[in-house]
Design a protein around this ligand. Structure first.
Ligand code: SF4
Ligand code: SF4
Length: 195
């Protein structure tokens, strides 16, 4: 994906679509003080996925600071972030970018807006379903279900076969002992969302 380094004008020029509660809502939900960002860009230079993002990680924070909710929630960057925390290790302000991205993904889902990377969302959901079913991920089944949805059976086939040959893909799922406890986490999360 080509990264578009979109120009973000100063807030005074964008009063028409600013959400004055967006910044405080993101801070409250993520527990991260987004306003501390200096925009030094150390995070983006360390991020292994920045090249595939439409906005650099610090630009996402800028959108939040300016209350540009739609731009932030519709971005592909929030879905491409894998929460590896490489950026946080580089950040002089110790900003937990992964927590912010997580929060924005959650808000994007709740808002019902068009998700920037629907394929990634589908993959996320398959991973969660697998954890709910077995208490841990069954990679082969996740890949099969994802492929069924995408209808592109032969793309990345070589990678799949290589993983199978190296015994990185178990044919049968293994379950955790106390599956009930894992499922309680899903129930607790649903209850939390209702509040
Ligand atoms: S490294 Fe930290 S302070 Fe610098 S731009 Fe990124 S989030 Fe902001
Ligand atoms: S947590 Fe997200 S933004 Fe930070 S380095 Fe990892 S992928 Fe990039």
């Amino acid at each position: 994906m080509e990264r578009v380094e979109k120009y973000i004008p100063p807030p005074n020029n964008r009063t028409h679509d600013r959400d004055s509660t967006f910044l405080s809502e993101v801070v409250r939900r993520s527990g991260v003080n987004v306003s501390l960002c200096w925009h030094c860009r150390c995070c983006g230079s360390g991020c292994p996925f920045a090249a595939d993002m439409d906005y650099l990680p610090n630009t996402i924070l800028r959108l939040v600071q300016f209350g540009l909710k739609r731009e932030a929630l519709e971005s592909s960057a929030i879905w491409i972030c894998v929460g590896c925390h490489t950026c946080s290790m580089e950040c002089p302000q110790a900003i937990d970018m992964a927590a912010v991205m997580d929060t924005l993904r959650e808000m994007a889902m709740e808002s019902g807006i068009q998700v920037g990377e629907p394929d990634i969302l589908k993959f996320h959901n398959e991973v969660l379903k697998s954890i709910h079913r077995y208490g841990r991920t069954h990679k082969l089944e996740i890949m099969m279900r994802y492929k069924l949805w995408k209808q592109d059976w032969f793309k990345d086939l070589d990678v799949g076969l290589k993983m199978l040959s190296k015994r990185k893909l178990d044919l049968m799922p293994s379950k955790v002992r106390n599956l009930g406890k894992i499922r309680q986490l899903f129930v607790a999360e649903r209850e939390e969302k209702k509040k």
